[in-house]
Design a protein around this ligand. Structure first.
Ligand code: ADP
Ligand code: MG
Length: 628
């Protein structure tokens, strides 16, 4: 005759259960994840015992599996596995005491909170087996160990003070857990709800999971397999599933690491960027697993924000299944994980760029802005990201880009800095007065089209020991200034006159040693600012000069025929000379992108044209021609 033994739960378990039963909780569905995880663990243990020869003659031939059967009408959910099962002693130890870590951690967190029942905390922690009592008024466990000749047992509890144990006949090897659902938890006996939950949390569990005889987990956790065992089609199928993308990915990185953390990761870069300009930021789509069971979908801080274009999964064994999400956010563990993943991913991109530059170019066209964002936002990695930057330059063909590393390799002797110039396009860059000295000295200049790049390269500051410098701010001189220039004395008196004539519009006027073809150029006084930067800041409403703008310096080319003529013109025809001086300044502003309103310039141009064609000054139009 079978005898019913009554047992009391350990005090901590009683405490835990009263919280579990009496509190309101936000995500009760995690109990499915917990019970399936336990079932999968039991299957795993069985497989281990079999393969290590510690267990012979296992019952059943189809291999370990997990099945769920729901009876909606009766409000019963049954979860069965053909795993190792439990002996009587194991049953008492495992389901009556608090030996395992997750529950302990939960109680500890609860004690720290000092607020008694906190439903949210239960959701955040998986409280393991006991989470069943969130939804069930009664839990019955039938189990039989796979060890030879083991007896079957029945364990039962209503989540109160204790449980009962009795021997049971006709129990299959493995474990069957029957949940008699609470009235307000009957949703967990409906097919659709269960399928969603299983797919969400347990889709990649190694063992087949059946729900009412239908197999649910059809996609394998290929990240846990070795790279050379996974076929391209499998990767593609997996990516489409996890990445919600119909296109094949541009890149895939599948890797494992043992130190400092045990990681299995499978990361993808979509072919196209999903973030549309002006449509707000997308969310990271990298999910965190622990031994194939979902810990958290899209956890924040798993990867840096600027890597949000990456999709995939990260499986880390060092994260316990029942870790608190709140704690994970600021945990040292997550920081380590973030660092390890970011470094590995950056290394991967650098290798790919080297290996197949054309594919990298396509990647760059779609995703460069994330890299640039990374440089601006992430000081820890900006140096590594800088290696991934690509720009057109005076040394590349039109349309081809180069890296900073290649630039440095090409630097001639005597060049100590890396130069870049922002201009609307290549033609504009080549025509810029700022470019002249570089062309003359055969120094390469990176042509930068996006105003953001000025800030980006400024932030990079230096590369392989060479500092990066905006061409407008470069302190460079022509090697051979050339003949036919104004004398030093003339240049000085022209400087004084120009300053007097132009007044507040310029801070200082001086003779330039870097202009070849252009007569004049403006130079920002603030050594951290360029004309275009000032313009960009203004557009963003971030110009901190507070309305007060310091006028730029004006440099003139003492070799330029117009300038040379101007020096004598200012005594022979002061009026025309004045017009020319102002016109030159506006031209220089235009080249620097600083001329906001061209109307005054047009008016002056008309006055000059009138002089050139010989219109008597009284007849000269004093207003600009209407723009039609
Ligand atoms: P954890 O999984 O963190 O150990 P749980 O509360 O989920 O904590 O489970 C407690 C223990 O009960 C497990 O460690 C395991 O030994 C045992 N157990 C639970 N479910 C099963 C099962 N389906 N088959 C065999 N053993 C189980
Ligand atoms: Mg568990």
């Amino acid at each position: 005759m079978s005898q019913v033994e009554k047992h009391s739960f350990q005090a901590e378990i009683q405490q835990l259960l009263s919280i579990v039963i009496h509190s309101l909780y936000t995500n009760r569905e995690v109990f499915v994840r917990e019970l399936i995880s336990n079932a999968a663990d039991a299957c795993e243990k069985l497989r281990f015992l079999q393969t290590s020869g510690q267990l012979a003659g296992v019952e059943g031939t189809s291999g370990p599996a997990i099945s769920l059967v729901s009876d909606e009408a009766a409000g019963i959910l049954t979860i069965t596995d053909t795993g190792v099962g439990m002996t009587r002693d194991e049953l008492v130890a495992n389901l009556g005491t608090i030996a395992h870590s997750g529950t302990k951690a939960f109680l500890k967190a609860l004690a720290e909170k000092q607020q008694g029942a906190d439903g949210k905390l239960i959701g955040q922690f998986g409280v393991g087996f006991y989470s069943a009592f969130m939804v069930a008024k009664k839990v019955t466990v039938f189990t039989r160990s796979q060890t030879l000749g083991a007896e079957g047992w029945k364990w039962e509890s209503d989540g109160g003070e204790g449980y009962s144990i009795e021997a049971a006949v006709d129990v299959a090897a493995g474990t069957k857990i029957v949940l008699d659902l609470k009235d307000d938890a009957r949703e967990f006996a409906t097919d659709a709800r269960l399928e969603t939950i299983i797919k969400q949390y347990s889709n990649f569990v190694t063992f087949p999971i059946e729900l009412n005889s239908k197999k649910i987990n059809t996609i394998q956790a290929i990240w846990a397999r070795s790279k050379n065992e996974v076929k391209d089609e499998e990767y593609l199928e997996f990516y489409k599933y996890i990445g919600h993308d119909f296109e094949a990915p541009r890149y895939r990185l599948h890797f494992t690491a043992d130190a400092p953390l045990s990681i299995q990761a499978l990361l993808f870069v979509p072919t196209r960027s999903f973030e549309l300009p002006g449509m707000g930021r997308t969310e990271s789509e990298v999910h965190l697993y622990c031994r194939k069971v979902l810990i958290e979908a899209k956890p924040k801080h798993l990867l840096p924000e600027w890597l949000r274009f990456v999709r995939g999964v990260v499986d880390c064994e060092d994260i316990p299944l029942n870790v608190s999400r709140e704690r994970m956010q600021d945990s040292e563990l997550l920081r380590k994980l973030n660092r390890a993943l970011t470094n590995r991913f950056l290394k991967f991109l650098a290798e790919e760029a080297e290996k197949s530059p054309d594919t990298y170019t396509e990647f760059y066209a779609q995703h460069a802005r994330y890299l640039k964002e990374g440089i601006l936002a992430d000081t820890e990695h900006s140096a590594a990201i800088a290696k991934l930057l690509r720009y057109e330059s005076s040394a590349t063909e039109a349309g081809k880009k180069t890296s900073l590393a290649e630039y440095v390799k090409r630097m001639p002797e005597g060049q100590t800095e890396i130069y870049f110039l922002l201009a609307g396009d290549r033609a504009a860059a080549e025509a810029s007065p700022y470019y002249e000295v570089f062309q003359a000295r055969k120094f390469e200049v990176l042509f930068v089209e996006d105003p953001v790049d000025e800030f980006v390269l400024d932030r990079v500051r230096e590369f392989e020991g060479k500092s990066l410098k905006g061409a407008e701010r470069a302190d460079l001189k022509l090697e051979t200034p050339g003949a036919g220039a104004l004398s030093e004395e003339d240049a000085k008196s022209l400087s004084t006159w120009l300053k007097e004539t132009l007044g507040e519009d310029v801070e200082e006027v001086r003779s330039s040693e870097r202009l070849v073809d252009s007569p004049v150029v403006v130079v920002e006084r603030d050594s951290f600012m360029t004309g275009s930067m000032r313009r960009t800041l203004k557009l963003m409403g971030q110009d901190r000069s507070g309305g007060f703008e310091q006028a730029p310096d004006l440099e003139f080319n003492p070799r330029h025929p117009v300038v040379v003529r101007l020096q004598s013109l200012r005594t022979s025809d002061a009026e025309t000379a004045g017009l020319v001086a102002h016109q030159l300044l506006d031209q220089a502003r235009l080249a620097a992108g600083l001329l906001e309103d061209p109307r005054a310039m047009l008016k002056r141009l008309n006055q000059l044209l009138s002089k050139v064609v010989g219109v008597p000054s009284a007849a000269a139009p004093s207003e600009p021609a209407p723009t039609t």
